[in-house]
Design a protein around this ligand. Structure first.
Ligand code: ATP
Ligand code: ZN
Length: 223
C-alpha cells in the first residue's frame, strides 16, 4: 500500500447514514467537493477526503488500509469482526455517533407464545447477520439452523424458508406488517466511527487525533 498524506474516510454512498454522516463531518469543520462519479469527494480545507461506498464494504476497506476511518453501523462493524477471519486486521469502534439507532433482534411469528430462548432450539432463523446470530445462539447453548439471506429477511417466515428471523428493527413497523414480533434483542446499534486498532504514526495519525477532538466537542454540544 502506497503511503498517503491525506486522510481518507469511508461512508455510505446512499442510505440512512449518508445525510447525518455528512452533516456530522461538516460540523467538524470538514467540507468536500463532490466529484462527478460521486465515489470520491475531495476535502476542501483539511487534508481529508471521502470515499462513498456500500456500508457493508466499509470495515473491509479500513482493514485493507484503503481508508483510514469509516462511519458505519455497529451492526455491520461487529458482524465483520466476527466473520472476517483471523488474518483480517482488527478494527476498533473509536466513537459512538448517536444517529442511525436501531437494534438487531430475533423476531418470531405473532401467534407463537414466546417465553424464552430455548424455544428457538431446532428452528431455522433467517438473517443477514450469521456471525452475530451464531454468537448469540452459542452463548445461550442453542442449536438452530442459520439461513443466511442478503435481503428481504422479514418475508422468510411467510415463504416457509425460516421459522424466525434475526434482523434490524427500528420502530417495529416492518415486523408488524409481516406478522412478526420482537422476541430477543441481540445488539443495540448506532452509527460509529470505526478505524484500525492502532492509529497510523504519520501525519494521518495527527489528523485523526484532531478529528476525534473536534468530534468530541460536537457530540458534547449535541448531548
Ligand atoms: P447499502 O446500499 O449501503 O448496502 P443498506 O440497505 O445496507 O445500504 P441502510 O438500510 O441504509 O443500508 O442502513 C444502513 C444502516 O442504518 C444499518 O446498517 C443500520 O446500522 C442503520 N439502521 C437504522 N435503522 C435501521 C432500520 N430500521 N433498518 C435497517 N438499518 C437501519
Ligand atoms: Zn448494506
Amino acid at each position: 500500500m502506497k503511503p498517503r498524506d491525506r486522510l481518507r474516510i469511508a461512508m455510505q454512498k446512499s442510505g440512512r447514514l449518508t445525510e447525518p454522516a455528512l452533516e456530522l463531518l461538516n460540523r467538524c469543520g470538514l467540507s468536500f467537493r463532490q466529484s462527478r462519479d460521486k465515489l470520491f469527494c475531495f476535502g476542501e480545507g483539511e487534508p481529508v477526503d471521502l470515499l462513498l461506498v456500500r456500508d457493508d464494504d466499509i470495515p473491509g476497506l479500513i482493514a485493507q488500509g484503503v481508508c483510514d476511518l469509516g462511519i458505519v453501523g455497529r451492526n455491520v462493524l461487529n458482524e465483520y469482526q466476527l466473520t472476517a477471519g483471523l488474518d483480517a486486521a482488527p478494527l476498533s469502534e473509536w466513537r459512538p455517533l448517536g444517529f442511525g439507532r436501531c437494534r438487531l433482534s430475533i423476531a418470531v411469528p405473532q401467534e407463537l407464545d414466546y417465553q424464552q430462548p430455548k424455544q428457538l432450539a431446532g428452528t431455522r432463523i433467517a438473517t443477514s447477520y450469521p456471525g452475530l446470530l451464531g454468537q448469540w445462539l452459542r452463548g445461550h447453548g442453542i442449536e438452530a439452523g442459520v439461513v443466511t439471506l442478503a435481503g428481504s429477511v422479514e418475508i422468510a417466515p411467510r415463504l416457509g424458508t425460516a421459522d424466525a428471523i434475526c434482523d434490524l428493527v427500528q420502530s417495529g413497523g416492518t415486523l408488524v406488517a409481516n406478522q412478526l414480533r420482537e422476541a430477543e434483542v441481540l445488539l443495540e446499534s448506532e452509527a460509529v466511527l470505526a478505524g484500525p486498532q492502532v492509529l497510523p504514526t504519520d501525519e494521518r495519525g495527527d489528523m485523526i487525533e484532531l478529528l476525534l477532538k473536534r468530534l468530541d466537542g460536537v457530540i458534547q454540544v449535541r448531548e
